[in-house]
Ligand binder design. Structure first.
Ligand code: RIB
Length: 340
């Protein structure tokens, strides 16, 4: 390899693939086997390859596109947060490219790979994985973590802002309200493995009960209606005397309502229930769901505004921005103070 610029052929040789494959990876023109793509990426990084100046200047031209990665487009929380991101991006002259990752770190990496090498100026990521840490260490690209994030080492400065909800306070609110409503045999259904924010909600819930000399029965469940149906069956079978349930999100709470109805268990007369998110459907189900409100619109708007500032090289602090949450009382709890 001469003293000059690293060429596509050097990368191909290093990666053990053809120059055409390297080109496909860089230009994202067609699907490349993941292992080969990984080898090409490693070779590019190792050799410090820069696509030729012309291509690079083109790729450096702003596309005014933003990538938005989220775990599950069928969950109304993500519909609503996408709408807020998209509206804000459009107001600022940007389009969004939506990437549905199914909570799969491999898909997350594939999406970010292609977004970097092709058409995005930056991206917003909702993920429980460390994908954002990996990419912001490797590339100097504008990014924002929204809603979910992984624990970060306080000693190491953040490479991106985090916009999230005070999930711990939300769990505390749920426990305090169920206690106020006279519940004595409590359960939590949620806390999916590996979710930091779900862990915070459960911890806030448990801490308030502990402060009142109580414990709770926990059933682990992903943030999903269908898995919630299975977990709710397990909950009512294992803990038939439960009288107060905190669900880790509204979709699980909807599943609890379904299973309770099928078992002839009356909500709120026999069992009281609180959800988390306050998605649109929480008003529409019967009984309407008492839940903890996330400021979904503000979360999405704030994340989009921060990312666009970073794209425009404005001074943005890489810090954790926490939005408060509130309790909204509807018909799955019966607060004696309220009915006086
Ligand atoms: O309902 C989906 C859940 O996952 C929400 O609680 C939201 O916080 C997201 O992380």
């Amino acid at each position: 390899m001469g003293l000059g610029m690293v060429t596509i052929r050097d990368v191909a040789k290093e990666a053990g693939v053809s120059a055409a494959t390297v080109s496909r990876v860089i230009n994202n023109t067609s699907n490349v086997d993941l292992r080969k793509k990984e080898k090409v990426m490693q070779a590019i990084k190792k050799l410090g390859y820069k696509p030729n100046e012309v291509a690079r200047s083109l790729s450096n031209k702003k596309s005014n596109n933003i990538g938005l990665l989220l775990p599950n487009i069928t969950n109304p929380f993500f519909n609503q947060i996408t709408e807020a991101v998209e509206n804000t991006a459009n107001e600022c002259g940007y389009k969004i490219i939506l990437c549905n990752t199914h909570d799969d770190p491999l898909r997350e990496r594939e999406y970010i790979d292609s977004l970097i090498f092709s058409q995005c100026d930056g991206f917003i990521v909702i993920s429980d994985s460390a994908v954002l840490d990996e990419f912001t260490l490797k590339y100097d690209i504008p990014a924002v973590a929204l809603d979910r994030y992984v624990s970060h080492d306080q000693r190491r400065s953040l490479k991106y802002p985090i916009v999230t909800t005070d999930n711990y306070a939300g769990g505390r609110l749920a426990a305090s309200h169920l206690l106020e409503c006279g519940c004595a045999r409590m359960a939590h259904i949620g806390r999916p493995e590996g979710s930091k924010l779900a862990e915070l909600r459960a911890r806030g819930f448990g801490d308030v009960l502990k402060e009142n000399g109580m414990d709770f029965f926990n059933v682990t469940c992903p943030f999903s209606y269908y898995e919630g149906l299975i977990a709710a069956e397990r909950l009512f079978e294992s803990y038939p005397n439960v009288d107060g349930i905190f669900a880790g999100n509204d979709m699980i709470a909807f599943a609890v309502i379904t299973v309770a109805f099928n078992k002839g268990i009356r909500i709120p007369e026999q069992v009281q229930l609180i959800g988390f998110d306050d998605v649109l459907f929480s008003r529409l189900v019967t009984p309407a769901l008492t839940t903890i409100t996330q400021s979904i619109g503000l979360l999405g708007r704030n994340a989009a505004e921060l990312l666009i500032k970073k794209i425009n090289r404005e001074n943005v602090a890489n810090e954790v921005i926490v939005f408060p949450c509130q309790l909204v009382e509807r018909n799955t709890t019966r607060n004696p103070q309220k009915n006086v």
